[in-house]
Design a protein around this ligand. Structure first.
Ligand code: FES
Ligand code: FES
Length: 180
């Protein structure tokens, strides 16, 4: 019995390689950490890839790339999102805030960054930018009134090092003393 013939996906039916047409480009305008940006993007690009690969904003991390870990969390128009699952094209004219834009202009740490240090809220640091951006939103949402509340509303952010006690303590502390 003969085997079915499988063609290489990168070749056309007629067998000529390299004939895949280039993806169409589209303009994208976003304000990131207060700075306006104009880009030409592939409409299939994720916000995470645009931030990391085009703009060198590598604070947001690509952990799972499928919405399961929260390492890529950034704020879009004040709401926390998984940037790996968000098409950059959907962020046209949006205000984007990343970990790079969190500290004060003079370099002073955001209170939540300082609280993460004070409470040992990290180990390897891979999840930390996502944890902090999600924590900032958690505080803004008023979902940080107790450790239990923080644990619930931060459940989309995974830490493989298990630094949860410090993460929860840092956010809950600020939740109880109201952020500026
Ligand atoms: S990298 Fe986006 S949720 Fe894991
Ligand atoms: S500090 Fe290592 S994954 Fe969270």
């Amino acid at each position: 019995m003969s085997s079915p013939v499988h063609t290489n996906g990168s070749q056309s039916a007629s067998g000529d390689a390299g004939s895949v047409p280039p993806a169409p480009r589209m303009p994208l305008r976003m304000t990131i950490n207060g700075t306006p940006h104009q880009l030409e993007i592939d409409p299939r690009e994720s916000l995470l890839d645009v931030l990391r690969e085009r703009l060198d904003l590598t604070g947001a991390k690509k952990g799972c790339n499928q919405g399961a870990c929260g390492a890529c969390t950034v704020l879009v128009n004040g709401r926390r999102i998984n940037s790996c699952l968000t098409l950059a094209a959907l962020c046209h004219d949006a205000q984007v805030r990343t970990i790079e834009g969190l500290s004060a202009p003079g370099g002073a740490l955001h209170p939540l960054q300082a609280a993460f240090i004070a409470h040992d809220g990290f180990q390897c640091g891979f999840c930390t930018a996502g944890q902090i951006m999600s924590g900032v939103a958690c505080l803004d949402e008023g979902h940080a009134g107790s450790a239990d509340e923080v644990r619930f509303w931060m459940s989309g952010n995974i830490c493989r090092c298990g630094a949860y006690p410090g993460i929860v303590a840092a956010i809950a502390e600020l939740g109880q003393r109201k952020l500026p």
